[in-house]
Design a binder for this molecule. Structure first.
Ligand code: ATP
Length: 210
């Protein structure tokens, strides 16, 4: 069975923090590959993204093109509208029922999971891997809606859902880069070289994004 990772985000723009985390996620869990899925219209963000969906997808394509471990997916952008994780997982399941899915989540995103659409399905469709900074403790069950907490039992250093999917953490390199800080640097006319993949750097410059 193929082990496949899913790494979602706004990727506005994709930066080296995302790419390094995805690389360590793939390597650490011995995944066959990681699909990076830029969202069309992130339902939980207050401001709309700076770059359009096509540009965000193209930047993910440029950043991952030379890496056989990472792959850009147009699934959410093609679907359009608000991007709900449950719909994405169900679609990947439908297309590739034989894949074992591992979904990477930043703890910031996981802390909001009770606000997601159908979180009960999300946690049973894929193994959840909470990406943490080295040395940070994770509250595994706290963010879940109360009714879902009882579905889990402890298994070593992870939790297992009654449907079989696991919930675990993985520590990844803490590169202090955020998409917000990159947008801010560009808008102030400052350099973002070495914060993003060189092809992404050139793309942003050429198209005058942000
Ligand atoms: P913004 O600054 O616009 O909020 P961001 O840099 O956090 O954006 P997102 O597209 O929102 O980027 O993040 C996608 C995923 O990548 C999330 O799970 C987030 O936790 C994770 N992530 C973001 N920055 C880093 C980083 N520097 N290292 C590791 N993971 C990161």
């Amino acid at each position: 069975m193929k082990k496949v990772g899913i790494f979602g985000g706004t990727f506005d723009p994709v930066h080296l923090g995302h790419l390094r985390a995805a690389e360590e996620f793939a390597e650490g869990l011995k995944l066959d590959h990681v699909i990076m899925v830029p969202s069309a219209n992130p339902p939980h963000r207050e401001e709309s993204p700076g770059a359009g969906p096509r540009d965000r997808l193209e930047m993910v394509r440029l950043a991952t093109g030379a890496n056989p471990r990472l792959e850009a997916s147009d699934l959410e952008i093609e679907r359009g509208g608000s991007s709900y994780t449950v719909d994405t997982l169900l679609e990947i399941r439908r297309r590739q029922p034989e894949w074992e899915l591992f979904m990477a989540l930043g703890t910031d995103a996981y802390n909001d999971i009770s606000k997601w659409r159908r979180p009960g399905e999300v946690i049973s469709l894929a193994h959840l891997v909470l990406l943490t900074r080295p040395g940070f403790a994770v509250d595994f069950l706290g963010p879940l809606p109360e009714a879902l907490r009882t579905e889990y039992s402890r298994e070593g250093d992870m939790y297992r859902h009654s449907a079989g999917a696991t919930l675990r953490s993985m520590s990844v390199s803490a590169l202090d880069i955020s998409a917000g800080s990159i947008r801010s640097l560009v808008s102030r006319g400052l350099s973002i070289r070495y914060l993003v993949h060189s092809d992404v750097f050139e793309y942003i410059q050429r198209k005058g994004i942000y």
